[in-house]
Design a protein around this ligand. Structure first.
Ligand code: C5P
Length: 297
């Protein structure tokens, strides 16, 4: 049997900020945020098997955009977990990079969180998700939310997470113009912001409930990201022009934007149309994973 065949497989789903409000800069230099974060049914794929050292080997459409081995977040996550556990074990980690790099949908953060979850199992460590989130916080603001990969309400710089009672699954089309945007550049260009006073939504049963809540919110990083990478305006315009789209917005600090749809056929058609019109863009039609409270399920 090959290493790949017996490996432990973990999905690193794409993270989507359905809205993102920014508050004041904190004393540690990070901005206070509020966001409703959900996860897609698609993402990067990790395969982990025991090894003497920590090795990360990337493949897939976006492997070329990754930082060199020792500096990539999967490698850092593996080292941080081994250090936390006081062990010297290694792992061979094969990372299939399906998500564009530096793109506002998790990418490196989702990979790091998936590595933490997977390695905790591979190395038989009894570590709670809370501990993995704390380790994740040292790697990047978005890593803690990616540990559980289910809908969450995010505050602080990304480390304060709360369950949301009920968020339905929704059809989503993700579009990235293949321009990497550095998060710190977008924050540096930020002018207007909504602040962090957004009340949490009530339990949402339907796509209509979710869209109604989101219509009163925004992504404060959209305007500065469009200033840094003007092609983002073209992406938003293309998505907004598709039949059946219910909401168009950018995720995280960009450049990936998304459209929410009620009908999977509309979403599939929109992805096809946008992809045909812009062959160099990355386009994916997928759905988000829901969380349903027992009372509503
Ligand atoms: O933590 P992460 O690596 O994602 O952050 C990248 C940069 O984005 C930070 O160095 C900071 O300039 C900015 N940032 C911020 N406030 C946040 C998250 C990120 O100002 N909550």
């Amino acid at each position: 049997m090959t290493i790949e065949a017996e490996a432990l497989r973990v999905l690193a789903p794409a993270k989507i900020n359905l809205f993102l409000h920014v508050g004041d800069k904190r004393s540690d230099g990070f901005h206070a945020l509020q966001s409703l974060v959900v996860f897609a049914r698609m993402g990067d794929e990790l395969a982990l098997s025991p090894d003497r050292d920590i090795k990360v080997v990337a493949s897939g459409r976006f492997a070329a955009g990754l930082p060199p081995a020792g500096q990539n977040l999967v490698h850092k996550a593996a080292r941080a977990l081994a250090q936390h556990a006081g062990i010297t074990r290694g792992a061979y980690i094969s990372l299939k990079k399906n998500l564009p790099v530096s793109s506002g949908i998790g990418g490196g953060s989702a990979d790091a969180a998936a590595a933490l979850r997977g390695l905790a199992r591979l190395w038989n460590l009894k570590v709670e998700h809370d501990v993995l989130r704390q380790i994740g916080e040292t790697l990047g603001s978005d890593v803690p939310v990616c540990v559980a990969c289910r809908p969450q309400w995010m505050e602080g710089r990304g480390e304060t997470l709360a369950q949301v009672e009920s968020v339905p699954a929704v059809q989503i089309v993700l579009v990235n113009p293949r321009v990497g945007v550095a998060t710190k550049d977008v924050f540096a260009a930020l002018k207007d912001r909504r602040g962090t006073g957004q009340p949490r939504p009530p339990a949402m049963r339907t796509t209509g409930d979710l869209v109604a809540f989101l219509k009163d919110t925004t992504n404060d990083l959209e305007a500065p990201a469009r200033a840094v990478a003007p092609v983002i305006s073209d992406v938003l315009r293309e998505i907004a022009a598709q039949p059946g789209v219910l909401l168009t917005r950018m995720s995280g600090s960009g450049a990936t934007c998304f459209g929410l749809f009620g009908d999977p056929d509309d979403a599939a058609r929109a992805a096809l149309t946008i992809g045909e019109g812009h062959p160099s863009w990355w386009v994916s039609a997928t759905a988000t994973t829901p969380v349903l409270s027992a009372a509503l399920a």
